[in-house]
Ligand binder design. Structure first.
Ligand code: NDP
Length: 274
């Protein structure tokens, strides 16, 4: 049976095994998908050992996506632009291809939720960490009209914009941020994980046409609640992104697989809301 895993720390909470088992069932294959807890110093050894012992593919989650980028032999263009890898594909002879499916996961979920493409929409990304970095190029590829990055520390936002110089981004702090009317505001910070709001005034946030928080859980996240209080009617969490990025990774390992991601999202939502 083909063996897959997700490397992370912590990783016990990861829903990836459930998601990949559900996809495998949909296309009628059997696989074993485990969670691999590893340390920063043990990460590259753990990856090498996994593939030496016949691993068919692996995902990488927090905090190893940048380490994975350094480790692989080849990267896809989207992983190159992200500077981070969340999917490992063995190529034989000890070589690995690294991909990053976070961005396409977000785009697929957003477009499904909005029931329209992202073409000509103004987009604001809050955050300048790995998750923000991963979604920038796919958002631009999908034809957004403008893309603004805002982060707690301006320096990190400015660094990101500088590294992606060709993409014509603008960097702000939350206080400087102006949200274009009707914009899609994506929270790519981890603030909701700790229940923190983002310091954006209600009357500014109210300009958003919709809000998407990459964090997910049983209840609306802190940022979803903040947006609702500001009067934004359309808010989404990141559960769909999680499933869609997993779907795109699954398709890297099972070429041509046709997946019903919505069915998996619904099932997971029922599970997490108990
Ligand atoms: P990083 O640690 O790389 O970056 C964290 C970001 O959050 C930084 O921009 C940081 O700002 C900001 N931040 C942290 N705390 C606060 C706060 N209290 N107020 C404002 N900003 C804050 O994390 P990642 O980019 O890898 O992940 C970000 C989030 O995205 C995580 O919650 C993760 O779970 C989620 N995610 C979800 C996915 C999904 O499939 N749904 C996929 C990938 C990520 P600063 O630079 O100032 O420190």
């Amino acid at each position: 049976m083909a063996i897959f895993t997700v490397f992370g720390n912590p990783v016990a909470h990861s829903l990836s095994p459930q998601i990949h088992q559900a996809f495998a069932q949909q296309i009628g294959v059997e696989l074993n998908y485990t969670r691999s807890l590893t340390s920063a110093s043990g990460f590259s050894r753990a990856v090498a050992k996994f593939f030496r012992s016949g691993g068919a593919g692996a995902n990488v989650t927090v905090p190893f996506k940048q380490q994975a980028f350094e480790l692989v032999t080849y990267v896809t263009t989207r992983a190159q632009l992200a500077g981070a890898v969340n999917t490992l594909v063995p190529l034989g002879y000890g070589q690995l291809l690294g991909d990053n499916t976070d961005g396409i996961g977000l785009v697929r979920d957003l477009q499904k939720n909005l029931q329209q493409t992202l073409a000509n929409r103004d987009v604001v990304v809050l955050g300048a960490g790995g998750a923000a970095r991963g979604v920038i190029a796919p958002l631009i590829e999908h034809g957004v009209a403008s893309l603004t990055i805002a982060n707690r520390s301006r320096e990190r936002a400015a660094n990101l914009v500088e590294q992606m110089a060709d993409l014509k981004l603008r960097a702000f702090t939350f206080k400087q941020l102006t949200i274009p009317s009707g914009a899609i505001v994506i929270n790519a910070t981890s603030a909701s994980l700790t229940g923190h709001e983002i310091p954006i005034e209600n009357n500014e946030l109210a300009n958003a046409g919709c809000v998407y928080d990459m964090v997910y859980g049983a209840q609306p996240t802190a940022f979803m609640q903040q947006a609702q209080q500001a009067g934004v009617a359309t808010v989404y969490d990141g559960l769909g992104m999680l499933v869609e990025q997993a779907g795109a990774a699954f398709q890297m390992w099972h070429e041509g697989a046709k997946l019903d991601t919505q069915k998996v999202i619904q099932k997971l939502r029922e599970t997490i809301s108990g």
